[in-house]
Design a protein around this ligand. Structure first.
Ligand SMILES: [Zn+2]
Length: 94
């Protein structure tokens, strides 16, 4: 079992984490104005790159969402950092 670094709790079992997708995959602005193709791209298409990737993960134990830099080929994690929005940490909805 692999250990993932939560920036708030430290190293924890990978079973405590939930994958949230590629980092930088911004939610389209204005739900009614967004075209179907834009939402399809946002929801379903992933870069799925081989090698270094920046991803969004949630630590289900503390509820925090953060960015993790991970190599998709070797699974080696090179770092993690809190996500922020307007200076506030992003926390998963409860
Ligand atoms: Zn945590």
């Amino acid at each position: 079992m692999q250990l993932f670094p939560c920036p708030f709790c430290g190293l924890r079992s990978e079973a405590e984490f939930h994958f949230g997708g590629d980092s930088g995959n911004a939610r389209p602005e204005g739900q009614s104005a967004a075209e179907t193709a834009t939402w399809t791209d946002y929801l379903y298409f992933r870069r799925n790159s081989r090698g270094p990737a920046s991803e969004v993960w949630m630590h289900m134990t503390c509820g925090e969402v953060f960015r993790m830099d991970r190599d998709t080929l070797t699974h080696k994690v090179s770092g993690s950092a809190p996500l922020s929005h307007g200076g506030e940490h992003v926390r998963a909805a409860s």
